[in-house]
Ligand binder design. Sequence first.
Ligand SMILES: Nc1ncnc2c1ncn2[C@@H]1O[C@H](COP(=O)(O)OP(=O)(O)OP(=O)(O)O)[C@@H](O)[C@H]1O
Ligand SMILES: Cc1ncc(C[n+]2csc(CCOP(=O)(O)O)c2C)c(N)n1
Ligand SMILES: [Mg+2]
Ligand SMILES: [Mg+2]
Ligand SMILES: [Mg+2]
Length: 290
Amino acid sequence: MTEADFLAALRTLPLHPGALDLRDDAARLGELVLTTDLIVESVHFLPDDSPGDVAWKLVAANLSDLAAKGAVPEGVLLGYPLRDDKWDAAFLDGLRDVLTTFGCALLGGDTVSGGRSYALTAIGRATVSPTRSGAQAGDTLWVTGTIGDAGAGLAIARGADGPAALLARYRRPTPRLAEGQALAPHVTAMMDVSDGLLIDAERLAAASGCAVTIALDALPLSPKYRAWGGDALASATAGDDYELLFTLPSGMEPPVAATRIGSMSEGAGLTLTRDGAPVPLPPTLGWQHR
Ligand SMILES: Nc1ncnc2c1ncn2[C@@H]1O[C@H](COP(=O)(O)OP(=O)(O)OP(=O)(O)O)[C@@H](O)[C@H]1O
Ligand SMILES: Cc1ncc(C[n+]2csc(CCOP(=O)(O)O)c2C)c(N)n1
Ligand SMILES: [Mg+2]
Ligand SMILES: [Mg+2]
Ligand SMILES: [Mg+2]
């Protein structure tokens, strides 16, 4: 089964209305926003990544889903498999670091022995909380920050040459919490980019019942990513970006720094353009577990 098959099967189970049909970044219970994400060795991080970086990525990936809902983090629950004293102590240092950095506190969790997968549930609060499903034909599509840096960072972590700044974007992503809170009252739809810009934009479009067009030449690529030799199509399918993807009514400017990368229209599916002309879709649009 693929991840998508499993989610489709889960939708046949009793679903809470706050689950948003399992088509969103987080669940909503009144003002509370709840999300959970695991990270697994050799799937989400490399065996020689430092324990502090693993703790950082675990928390940051979850807080990014809270950011997508415009939420203020309230606390986290940690699922932790013990390893050895040195690793566990270094993980705790990283956990302290990331929680302090993003103003978040521990609520609880569970400690076990066993494999190298780490779970976190993050809980936040939002009075105004966008979904992935509110985009309308005619809306413009935007993304914060730059994309592709973390994908390049993974290649560098695996031994390619490249700058430490790209590696850092893979190992220590920044959840766009302030941006998400500022955007929430204005956007028609919002999500974070974890699996790849193209696959995630297609999901936002599908949840909204729209088609989406993305201009490859409009994608925000960092100078370091360009100098490294990265191209737009690779940036848009790599994932691990943890930037915010959102839609606005036509003519509206976002209240935070962001790049306009496309638009929504009637219909379904993803169209890519370069210099205004359609180009073929790549064989895979992003990351899917199987
Ligand atoms: N095993 C599961 N059981 C219940 N719900 C799940 C499960 N896996 C995913 N979901 C739900 O499916 C929806 C989409 O999840 P998904 O993990 O794709 O979103 P995400 O966390 O934003 O992305 P990513 O995991 O790539 O960061 C969410 O509502 C999530 O809670
Ligand atoms: C060692 C290693 N190999 C590949 C990748 C790429 N990757 C893995 S999972 C994922 C999507 C987000 O995860 P999820 O959807 O589970 O939240 C991406 C982009 C990585 N980060 N580390
Ligand atoms: Mg998400
Ligand atoms: Mg998830
Ligand atoms: Mg995913």
